[in-house]
Design a protein around this ligand. Structure first.
Ligand code: ARG
Length: 287
């Protein structure tokens, strides 16, 4: 019996290889969101921002995660901490262990206590506040195998050793060189276990070589997609939620069998953040 493979069948088959795994994430409503200081090149305090628009855009992202079957916990926003909506920066959580962030800039330092308190109240066992500048999942990304750790703008090089010993996992250091991409999660996204997409020019030469060696078949983003924060994406292994303006990346993801879902977070982008920045993954068990 002959088998005829039509292109529809093969696309379907390709799609079916991507499996969504429900995630547990932490988010923070942008109740007090504003751009009243500038700690990255995207933030211009003289440009008007709307807290209301920020909340409604964020709410759509929140509801989308719930619809996709993810568990979303909420940490209460605190007045005077307008960047707290970027919950990804609050900690790194792997194997049920919580390393709470230590922020580089004074304007965000109050967030550490808010996150630490939340984790303790929720009964997370091992909760430690980092001893070195460490901006949580902004710079520390777990591929399911190794931990990729950014440095250059926010997280200190000395933080990488602490991450290694706290989580007892391999840590691969990467150096960021373009101030527009000041956190690792603006330049690279983990889209499945051991699979990443990234913008090579955001990294120095040795880091680019290292990435090419470790992740040879990665999706590489264009500057255009990186500039609209296309890499600030959240993937469950199948659905990749990313800024809607990153149309090139969405196409590349679809070609590899992912389902890209574009969202509009323009208001939060004025603070230099998007999908992933709003989303801290809570990994309770070893994987
Ligand atoms: N205004 C915030 C800052 O500069 C934005 C943080 C974005 N978060 C992220 N994970 N990249 O710190």
């Amino acid at each position: 019996m002959g088998i005829t493979l039509t292109s529809t069948v093969s696309i379907k088959e390709l799609n079916s290889t991507r499996i969504a795994r429900p995630r547990h994430v932490l988010m923070c409503e942008p109740t007090y969101f504003d751009v009243c200081y500038s700690i990255n090149p995207w933030m211009d305090p003289s440009r008007p921002t709307s807290t209301r628009a920020g909340i409604s855009q964020w709410k759509k992202l929140h509801d989308l995660f719930v619809e996709l079957g993810h568990r979303v916990d909420l940490v209460p926003a605190r007045p005077g901490l307008p960047d707290m909506v970027f919950a990804a920066n609050g900690a790194t959580v792997i194997d049920g262990k919580v390393l709470v962030a230590r922020f580089r800039h004074a304007q965000r330092q109050g967030e550490s206590a808010a996150f630490a308190e939340w984790f303790r109240q929720q009964g997370w066992g091992e909760v430690r506040t980092a001893g070195h500048d460490n901006e949580g999942e902004g710079d520390i990304l777990f591929t399911g195998n190794e931990i990729l750790a950014g440095k250059g703008f926010r997280t200190a090089a000395s933080a990488h050793g602490e991450v290694r010993s706290f989580f007892d996992r391999e840590v691969v250091g990467l150096t960021l060189v373009d101030p527009r991409f000041y956190h690792l999660d603006t330049a690279l996204a983990v889209i499945d276990t051991g699979e990443v997409m990234y913008y090579p020019d955001a990294f120095d030469g040795p880091s680019r070589e290292l990435l090419a060696e470790r992740f040879p078949d990665s999706i590489l983003a264009t500057e255009r997609d990186a500039e609209v924060f296309g890499l600030n994406a959240f993937s469950d292994g199948r659905h990749v939620v990313l800024p809607e303006a990153a149309t090139g990346l969405a196409g590349q993801l679809a070609e590899r069998g992912f389902e890209p879902i574009g969202v509009g977070l323009g208001e939060l982008l004025k603070a230099g953040g998007s999908v992933k920045c709003c989303t801290l993954e809570l990994r309770r068990f070893s994987s």
